[in-house]
Design a protein. Sequence first.
Length: 252
Amino acid sequence: MTTLPAVRDVASGWSLDEFVVGYVTEDGTRRRVSLAEAWAVRFEAVAPARRFTARKGQRHLSGLWWSSTVAGHVGYESWLERDHVMWLDFDPAVVGIAAQPFWLSWTAPGGKGVAHVPDLFARRADGSAVVVDCRPVERRPARDRVKFEATRWACELLGWEYRLVGASEPIATANLRWLAGYRHPRHRLPGIAAALRVALAEPAALMAGAEAVGDPVAVLPVLFHLLWRHDLVVDLSVPLHAGTTVTSVVTP
């Protein structure tokens, strides 16, 4: 297995050999490796490191998101996590997504063992990785902020991006939830898709572009699917409506 050198991050004081990573393989085997060895693990393909639990009276709802990126389900433990899974699924650079990917363990000052399970892991097409923790700003007590910061340093030692995220931008997220309803490949109808690319080669209003191709009842699902796939583009920062400007992506 390819490993990284045992280096220390001078700014943080952390080193690779201070962390241990535990994970569960697709066949259910539990493994523990050093942080340096974890660099080569395909965390986008592991099983969740811990179970998704549900109990009466809990504040958040767990569930499964069907990901068009992985053609399978990714778990989430809150609607906040679901939204960030959705954004990763929408990102064309992302090729793999996993929930609760690993346990990160280390020893705190005073000798107490500490462990943390990040919420999400994403692999990009270029091989780089993103680790995500989802927590509203108002729900980050000091003990958890320490875990988030240690996780950030562990990721930086590996050259991974780390994100501690709260609520995403509401209008863009609402737009994306709508488009996500058309993410499944069943909406990829080649004839209509080709006609839409021609009709929208120049910027046009969403409904006008659909009507130029045919019955909007049949055309709009394909148009929304192409927006999800980034074959067509809109400004997601403003609410989608019939007059929203849509255009085709120009291929070099």
